[in-house]
Design a protein around this ligand. Structure first.
Ligand SMILES: Cc1cc2nc3c(=O)[nH]c(=O)nc-3n(C[C@H](O)[C@H](O)[C@H](O)COP(=O)(O)O)c2cc1C
Length: 263
């Protein structure tokens, strides 16, 4: 098995079912970030090793608890103990393997690339009708039907983010073609009531501000968040939803795309 600390800030366990190898792969990153990421897992020993509590590996392994995995894991630890890789505190030593600088596009090329991805637009709201907080997002993704999960990627600098995290609830209102003014208002006005001026927002049963005229509304409870580069993936469990027929607002190449439905 191999722990992977990616430059994007994600820690994952690769090949948890492989027991004849334990190492830690780490992307190039500034020294202070590298030290902080390693400290989340254990104690660095020089440049080339890290000491880990085996509980960390169990925590990272999606297979932990399965009898076959537990058996292989116990054998792996026994072998490591025999080889002298486990200290008195029970921490196992793993080799740190730096990855080469991966080929990548720069941020401007990234933006130019994804300007060409047409996307629906939603209003993400939290707070209440009295004290509303909102933003528009094209990054809404339906994740899973059972359990019903929706995701949205929110810039770490977005003014709505601290409220979304603190309230632990948010609503997704999927905008229709007629909501272009609302989209501009939400993207450009200062955070708060000014972003909710032009449309008929209502308070849902959950207390969240929702747009009943939206093509779809999902009221969510925040169940997970994960930092990915400049953004944070927020995952919501959908508690209530509603929908109505209509044509979507589609954002493309910095503007709104007129859409018609081929009957
Ligand atoms: C069509 C459109 C889609 C957007 N999608 C996202 C998105 O998915 N995630 C995000 O964080 N910001 C997105 N933004 C930007 C936010 O709406 C907002 O402007 C930005 O987070 C800064 O907001 P602030 O002034 O509240 O800090 C989008 C803006 C537009 C106009």
């Amino acid at each position: 098995m191999r722990i992977y600390l990616s430059e994007a800030g994600v820690i994952s366990l690769q090949q948890p079912e492989v027991f004849d190898r334990l190492d830690l792969k780490i992307d190039p990153m500034p020294d202070d970030r590298r030290a902080r990421m390693l400290a989340r897992l254990g104690r660095a020993e020089g440049e080339e090793h890290i000491r880990l509590d085996p509980a960390v590996l169990r925590f990272l392994s999606p297979l932990a608890g399965a009898p076959a995995w537990e058996e292989g894991f116990a054998l792996m630890l026994a072998k490591a103990a025999g080889a002298g890789w486990i200290d008195q505190a029970g921490a196992v030593r793993a080799h740190v393997v730096p990855t080469a600088q991966a080929r990548r596009i720069d941020a401007n090329t990234f933006r130019a690339t994804f300007r060409n991805l047409a996307a629906g637009v939603s209003a993400i709201t939290t707070g209440s009708l009295e004290d509303p907080v909102g933003m528009v997002a094209s990054s809404v993704v339906s994740i899973s039907a059972d359990p019903p999960l929706v995701g949205v990627l929110v810039n770490q600098t977005a003014s709505a983010l601290p409220y979304l995290r603190q309230q632990e609830r948010f609503a997704v209102s999927v905008l229709g073609q007629e909501h272009d003014e609302l989209m501009r208002e939400m993207a450009q006005e200062p955070q708060g009531k000014a972003r909710f001026r032009s449309a008929d927002w209502q308070e849902a049963e959950s207390g969240l501000p929702i747009l009943p005229a939206a093509l779809a509304v999902a009221e969510c409870r925040l169940i997970a968040e994960s930092a990915l580069g400049t953004h944070l993936l927020l995952v919501g469990l959908i508690e209530r939803s509603q929908q109505r027929p209509g044509l979507p607002l589609v954002y493309f190449d910095g503007g709104i795309l007129p859409v018609t439905l081929n009957a």
